[in-house]
Design a protein around this ligand. Sequence first.
Ligand SMILES: [Zn+2]
Length: 83
Amino acid sequence: MYKDAQDLGPIIPVHPTRLRLDRSPRLAPGQVYVTRTGTLYHSAWCTVVAHKWDNDPDGLILIAEDTVGRRKECTDCEEPLTS
Ligand SMILES: [Zn+2]
């Protein structure tokens, strides 16, 4: 984790348009998940995102894919837990 994740680019939250039964946000096309202090973006509901949702749901943020800044793609997202 970087000392200042904001250096990776500002987080511009978007409102989730689709929710699962447990109220967790689903990605719409062109959206990804980030966390306030994380250095990665997530294009799927991977173990990292699920863990964040379980422990700090308010810290899980949806942003538009073209605003990820210098955040890197999460490799866990290659094996998503759910759609
Ligand atoms: Zn991920």
